[in-house]
Write a protein that binds this ligand. Structure first.
Ligand code: BGC
Length: 563
C-alpha cells in the first residue's frame, strides 16, 4: 500500500531496540517529575498537623500562654483520631486510585491517565487549600489522594514502557529521586510557613502543589503515548509513530520496525497463552496460573505486590514519619526540623548513586546487598539503643547515641540506593503487556496500603502506653529486612539490560536464582513468524515524529490482526 511501512521483525536478538538518543533520556527524565507528587504529598501533612494556627483553627483551643502548664501545652494538639484520619484518608485515596488507574490506562492510554490524575489532584488540592473545616479537608485529601494514586502507578508504567532498556533502571530511579526531593521540599516549605499566624501557614504548602500538577499535566500533552499501549489496542500505525518519536528515529528505520515487531509478537504470544475474553478476564488474568511457576501471571502479580510490601516493611517510613519523635527521645537533638532535614537530605543526596549502580550491578544484587546492609545497620541501632545507648537522662552515653544516628543515616543510604528505586524499577518490568497496567496498579496499591498500615500502627508500637518497643523497633525492622533478602533471593529475577519482551522470555525459561546468567537467544518476532509475515502500518515513510504523519491514520494489518 502506498506510503505504508512493512514490519518484518528480526531474528537477531541484538537488534530489538533502537539506539538511545538524548530525546529518550529527556522524555523519561521529565516523566520522573511525577515522583514529586508522591514525596511532597506524603511530606506536608505531618508538619501541618503540628502548626499552632492549624491546631487552633481545627480544634478551637486557644493558643497556650507562654507560662502555661505542661498539661495545657500538651492538650494543644489535634486529637489522635483526627491525625489518623488526615493521614489515613490520603492512603485510602491513593490505594483505590492506584487500583483503578490500571483500568483507565488501558482504556484511555498511559499519558491521558496521568493527565487525568493531575486534574483529579488539582480538584482535591483546591478543596484542601480552601478548607477551614475538617470535612472539606478530608474530602479534598481523598480526591487528591486518588490523583496521586493514578500518577504514582502510571508514571512507572509509562516510563518503563518508553525507556530504552540499557538505561531503564536508571531512568525509573529518577522517579525515586523525585520522590525524595518532594519529601525534602515539603519539609522546607512547612518549616518556612509554620510560624505564620494566618491561613497562609497551611495554605501555602498545600497550594504550592498546583505547580507540580501544571508542570506534569502540561508537559505530558507534549510527550508521545506509550507505543506498547497502542500495540495492546491494535493501533499499529499509532504505535509506529509513537515508537519513532520516543526513539528519535525515522518511522521506516529498521530499528523501529524490529522493535515494533518484537512488541507485537510478544503481545500476540502472551494472548495466545492467556486469552483476554472479556472485561472480567482482564482482571482475573492477573491471578492466572500456578504459584509454583516463576512466569505465571499469579506469581508476577504476587511478586509485584510482595516487593512493594517488603519495601515498606524495611521500616524506612518509620524514620521519615516518626524520626523526629524518636531522635528527641534520645535526648541529643532539640530542633525537630534539623532532624528531619538531616534524614531527608541523606535520602536525597544518596539516591543518585542508584542511577549508576542499578545498571552496573543489577536490580537483584542491589536488593540483596541493600537488604543485608539494612539488617546490619538496623540491628546495630537497636542493640546499641537497648544497651549502652539507653536513655538515662543527663547520664545518657552521647557517643553511643551519635553512633545510633550515624547508623540510621547509613540505613537511609542503603534504602535510597537499593530498595527505594529498585522496588519501582522491577515492578515496571515484570508484567507482560496484557496485564501490565493492572499489575503495576495493584503493586502500587500495595505500597500505599502498607505505607498506611505502618503510619497507623507505629504510634502503638512505640507509644509508652502501648507496646513501648523503643529502640527494639529497629530490631523488628531489621528482622523484616531479613525476610526481604530471602524474598529477593527466591523470587526476584534479574532484569537488567533486557527489553520488556526479553524479560518475559527470561521469566519463562529460568527461575529467579539463575536469571543473572540468562542471555537472549531468540526473538518473539521469529518465533511467532513475524519475520516472514507482512504487517503493514499506514504511516509515511521517513516520517520521524507524530507531527509528520497523518493524524488518526487507520491501521492496516495485512496478515494478522492484533487483538
Ligand atoms: C517509598 C516511600 C518512601 C520513599 C522515601 C519510596 O520509594 O515508596 O514510602 O517514603 O521512598 O524516599
Amino acid at each position: 500500500m502506498a506510503g505504508g511501512v512493512v514490519i518484518h521483525g528480526t531474528a537477531d536478538t541484538s537488534r530489538i531496540e533502537a539506539p538511545v538518543t538524548m530525546k529518550a533520556y529527556l522524555m523519561c527524565a521529565f516523566a520522573a517529575f511525577g515522583g514529586i507528587f508522591f514525596g511532597y504529598d506524603t511530606g506536608w501533612m505531618g508538619g501541618i498537623m503540628g502548626m499552632k494556627y492549624y491546631i487552633r483553627q481545627y480544634t478551637g483551643i486557644p493558643y497556650p500562654a507562654a507560662d502555661a502548664s505542661t498539661t495545657v501545652t500538651d492538650a494543644f494538639v489535634l486529637p489522635s483520631w483526627e491525625q489518623s484520619l488526615l493521614t489515613g484518608i490520603l492512603s485510602c485515596g491513593t490505594f483505590f486510585g492506584a487500583i483503578i488507574s490500571g483500568d483507565i490506562a488501558d482504556r484511555i492510554g498511559r499519558r491521558w491517565t496521568i493527565i487525568t490524575g493531575c486534574l483529579t489532584f488539582t480538584v482535591g488540592c483546591i478543596l484542601e487549600t480552601a478548607s477551614t473545616t475538617l470535612a472539606v479537608m478530608v474530602v479534598g485529601r481523598l480526591i487528591a489522594g486518588a490523583g496521586v494514586g493514578f500518577i504514582s502507578a502510571i508514571i512507572i508504567l509509562y516510563m518503563s514502557e518508553i525507556a530504552p532498556k540499557k538505561v531503564r533502571g536508571a531512568l525509573v530511579s529518577g522517579y525515586q529521586f523525585c520522590i525524595t526531593i518532594g519529601i525534602l521540599l515539603a519539609n522546607c516549605v512547612v518549616y518556612g510557613t509554620q510560624d505564620r499566624d494566618d491561613t497562609g501557614s497551611y495554605r501555602i504548602p498545600i497550594a504550592i502543589q498546583f505547580i507540580w500538577a501544571i508542570v506534569l499535566g502540561g508537559g505530558l500533552f507534549l510527550l508521545p503515548e506509550s507505543p506498547r499501549y497502542f500495540v495492546k489496542k491494535g493501533k499499529l500505525d499509532d504505535a509506529a509513530k509513537a515508537l519513532a518519536s520516543v526513539r528519535g528515529q525515522p518511522i521506516d528505520s529498521e530499528y523501529i520496525q524490529d522493535e515494533l515487531a518484537e512488541i507485537i509478537a510478544n503481545h500476540e504470544y502472551e494472548l495466545s497463552v492467556v486469552p483476554q475474553t472479556n472485561y472480567l478476564a482482564t482482571w482475573t488474568n492477573c491471578f492466572n496460573g500456578s504459584i509454583m511457576k516463576a512466569n505465571s501471571n499469579l506469581r508476577r502479580t504476587l511478586l509485584g505486590i510482595g516487593l512493594q510490601m517488603m519495601q515498606q516493611l524495611t521500616g524506612i517510613n518509620f524514620i521519615f514519619y516518626y524520626g523526629v519523635v524518636f531522635f528527641k527521645s534520645l535526648n541529643t537533638i532539640s530542633n525537630p526540623f534539623l532532624i528531619s532535614l538531616i534524614t531527608t537530605l541523606v535520602n536525597v543526596l544518596s539516591t543518585p548513586l542508584a542511577f549508576w549502580i542499578v545498571e552496573r550491578y543489577g536490580r537483584r544484587n542491589l536488593l540483596l546487598v541493600g537488604g543485608t546492609g539494612m539488617v546490619i545497620a538496623q540491628y546495630i541501632v537497636g542493640i546499641v539503643g537497648v544497651t549502652v545507648g539507653q536513655d538515662k537522662g543527663a547520664d545518657t552515653n552521647k557517643a553511643a547515641v551519635s553512633a545510633m544516628i550515624a547508623f540510621i543515616c547509613l540505613n537511609i543510604t542503603m534504602f535510597a540506593t537499593t530498595w527505594g528505586p529498585c522496588a519501582w524499577v522491577v515492578v515496571g518490568e515484570i508484567f507482560p503487556l496484557p496485564i501490565r497496567s493492572r499489575g503495576v496498579g495493584l503493586s502500587t496499591a500495595s505500597n500505599w496500603f502498607w505505607n498506611c498500615i505502618i503510619a497507623i500502627i507505629t504510634p502503638y508500637l512505640v507509644g509508652k502506653d502501648y507496646a513501648n518497643l523503643n529502640s527494639y523497633i529497629f530490631i523488628m525492622w531489621g528482622s523484616l529486612c531479613i525476610v526481604s533478602v530471602v524474598f529477593t533471593y527466591f523470587l526476584v529475577p534479574e532484569t537488567k539490560g533486557l527489553s520488556l519482551e526479553q524479560i518475559d522470555k527470561m521469566m519463562e525459561e529460568v527461575n529467579p536464582r539463575n536469571s543473572r546468567s540468562w542471555v537472549p537467544h531468540s526473538t518473539f518476532a521469529s518465533e511467532m513468524g513475524l519475520v516472514e509475515k507482512n504487517i503493514t502500518v499506514n504511516v509515511e515513510k521517513g516520517g520521524e515524529s507524530t507531527e509528520e504523519v497523518e493524524a488518526n491514520a487507520v491501521p492496516q494489518v495485512e496478515d494478522k490482526e492484533v487483538v
